[in-house]
Write a protein that binds this ligand. Structure first.
Ligand SMILES: C[S@@+](CC[C@H](N)C(=O)[O-])C[C@H]1O[C@@H](n2cnc3c(N)ncnc32)[C@H](O)[C@@H]1O
Length: 278
């Protein structure tokens, strides 16, 4: 069964997942793959953008030292892998925040890993971390497995089957950090409730870190038109989805002794939220 957020129409799903076959076919035909994402924010997605051009990355600004960057993000998707052009756009900014705030040799559990491209990119760029991806969707786990097999990174574990909404059933994971991108608004609220309960249970006290990435509603910040359109489109797909009120997410986290310690504004009206176990 396909999970919400993993539509059959991979090309037009909220995150514009595309199969490697699609990408390969478009390359083979020599087409310039211009695909306008109808969800939000409206973007032109090209094959070139999908496979990030290392030269185009602001390497000097984000990576002042000679460290691993995202330059080595795959140039050809392996068989069975899904691809999200959004990852090509958001991975570098997310990595910059992770690099600044993750503990050394962090053990990271990623919730809702989706295609697995974030896991590949971050495990590669942060070789001292141990990265464990997860997703309840079999298609997602197959994709992560395909990317992982090709990447052959010693610090990237196989994907776990994990439903955030079932925190009592989470597999045993030794993690100091829980990272979750783009799930809170593309799942029922019960998934966020479970995410907080599960993170609150497994993260070390003190020092555990929960990192969220995605768009939110904020009481005293006008909702960007692109986020309003995104919210409408999510709710039309599933009334249980939609951008969450940041205050409600923060209050929920606090109930599990996870305290918002940093709010980072990200490109395209997204936020990164860091919650500490204190
Ligand atoms: C839009 S994708 C985000 C994937 C990836 N994190 C990214 O940012 O590209 C949403 C993901 O959330 C997952 N998801 C939905 N409900 C979930 C739940 N209850 N627990 C964990 N993951 C869930 C879906 O399977 C899907 O992989």
């Amino acid at each position: 069964m396909r999970r919400p957020g993993w539509s059959v129409a991979a090309v037009t799903s909220p995150k514009c997942y595309r199969t490697s076959r699609t990408v390969t076919a478009q390359r083979h035909l020599g087409q310039r793959n211009v695909n306008r994402c109808k969800i939000s924010p409206p973007v032109i997605v090209t094959t070139q953008a999908h496979r990030p051009n290392p030269v185009a990355l602001p390497a000097g600004r984000l990576y002042p030292e000679p460290v691993q960057t995202l330059d080595s993000v795959q140039t050809a998707a392996p068989q069975g892998a899904l691809a999200s052009p959004a990852v090509a756009r958001n991975a570098a900014p997310i990595l910059a925040v992770l690099r600044a705030h993750l503990p050394a040799r962090a053990r990271v559990l990623e919730i809702a890993s989706g295609s697995g491209e974030h896991a590949i990119a971050f495990a590669r760029a942060l070789p001292a971390t141990t990265w464990t991806p997860s997703d309840p969707s079999p298609e997602a786990r197959a994709s992560i497995t395909a990317w992982r097999a090709e990447a052959a990174l010693p610090n990237l574990n196989p994907p776990l089957e994990l439903d955030a909404a079932e925190p009592d059933a989470w597999p045993e994971v030794d993690a100091q950090v829980v990272f979750c991108a783009n799930m809170v608004h593309i799942s029922p609220w019960a998934a966020t409730e479970g995410l907080m309960a599960g993170a609150g249970r497994i993260l070390p006290d003190p020092g555990g870190l929960l990192v969220l990435y995605g768009p939110y509603r904020e009481a005293d910040v006008p909702l960007a038109p692109s986020n309003a359109a995104f919210d409408d489109s999510l709710k039309s797909r599933d009334p249980a989805w939609g951008l969450r009120e940041l205050d409600e997410v923060v209050a929920l986290a606090r109930g599990h002794r996870l305290h918002l310690t940093r709010r980072v504004e990200m490109p395209a009206n997204n936020l990164m939220l860091l919650f500490r176990r204190v």
